[in-house]
Design a protein around this ligand. Structure first.
Ligand code: UDP
Length: 238
């Protein structure tokens, strides 16, 4: 595994998108599971106050820097990370890589209908992949049937878009469902065509979070984590 920097106690790996994909291919080949967390400032801050989430993050096989805030923090701590590896970029790269290998891919998450739509669209785009899916609003009573559905499908790749931190904790607690598991947030909404990504130039300028905030002002409450993150990173530096 690549080098890592501890940001507020969460180990974040200096991994590129290509390296993350290579690690996933290796996990499928060897059968040694790879649980991936894409860590943004919000989840790193939350982990400080939530021991369950902290355990899920510190025990993850790969923690990628998700967002410019995390890259900023690493630079501040004099341990720069090479690039941002977001849930959606990793998802697209894994679908691409898995296609030639005929992977079975399970989409878990989103409102009822979203994962099904995402699977249908991606099946048309990647005919070499096999998909199964379930929505993300299941209760504890539904879990046994859901696990049975996933187990009998035997996916190489399980993408869970249940929102953070639920997806990270859920995948931590259900580690054996696929060779590669990734918490992907709102990615399934994008794959289903329900939400749009920021234009490429905005992504490149590191402004995707601002774009999402402008389109979904309800996210503003979550952004309170940012100043807290900045303050804590500066304190860690001291
Ligand atoms: N979600 C879910 N189950 C829940 C709560 C949320 O499947 O119990 C889904 C929700 O429909 C959306 C995603 O999780 O598709 C949440 O995305 P969020 O905006 O939190 O993701 P991020 O900001 O991490 O991309």
């Amino acid at each position: 595994m690549p080098g890592r920097v501890s940001i507020l106690g969460v180990p974040v790996h200096d991994v590129s998108l290509a390296e993350a994909v290579a690690a996933a291919r290796e996990a499928v080949q060897t059968g040694r599971p790879l649980r991936v967390v894409t860590a943004n400032p919000e989840i790193i801050c939350r982990a400080a106050a939530d021991p369950g989430l902290r355990a899920a993050l510190t025990a993850a096989d790969l923690v990628t820097p998700d967002g410019v805030g995390v890259l900023w923090a690493a630079r501040r701590l004099k341990r720069p990370l090479r690039e941002r590896v977001t849930g959606i970029d990793l998802t697209l790269a894994l679908l691409e890589a898995g296609e030639t290998l005929g992977w079975r891919v399970f989409f878990l998450g989103g409102r009822p209908g979203v994962a099904a739509e995402a699977a249908a669209r991606q099946a048309a785009r990647y005919p070499g992949l096999l998909f199964d899916q379930a929505h993300g609003y299941f209760t504890a009573a539904d879990e046994a049937a859901l696990m049975e559905q996933i187990r009998s499908f035997r996916p190489q790749l399980l993408l869970a878009g249940l929102g953070a931190p639920r997806q990270e904790i859920w995948l931590y607690e259900h580690a054996d469902l696929a060779a590669v598991t990734v918490g992907v947030g709102g990615t399934l909404d994008v794959l289903a065509g329900r939400k749009k990504r920021a234009p490429l130039w905005v992504q490149r300028a590191g402004g995707e979070w601002l774009y999402r905030l402008a389109r979904e002002p309800g996210r503003l409450r979550r952004q309170w984590a940012l100043p807290l993150f900045v303050w804590r990173v500066l304190r860690q530096k001291l």
